[in-house]
Design a protein around this ligand. Sequence first.
Ligand SMILES: [Fe+2]
Length: 132
Amino acid sequence: MAPKHTDDEEVSLFPRLRATLVEREPSLLARLEALEADHDRADAAHAELGELGRRWLADDGLDSRTYRRFANLLAGLRGTYRRHIRIEDEEVFPAAGRLLPAAALDAVGREMADRRGSLTCSQRKAQQAAAG
Ligand SMILES: [Fe+2]
């Protein structure tokens, strides 16, 4: 999966959320594990797709068996992403908003912004306010 996305979740969000879920919503712990497994599965699929894509370009095509593998990997990724995004949007992110204190959410946001070399929403608003 996208490295920044994976770090946003596996380095910044999930450790903070996991500590809270253990006490308050242990049923969601399995969802975090499923998302982490999706990240690993998607990474492997992306790596193989990259290799097959390079072969496609170098050889100006793929044999039918390799093409089917390429198409199956894409279809698998589509399914993984659909399920993954649904779990994030409908279960994990709402739980984070409900269960994590504002300071923890701010820290997650700062770490995400740092990965992208950008500002958080609150940093941007403060900067705009300071500018007048
Ligand atoms: Fe994710």
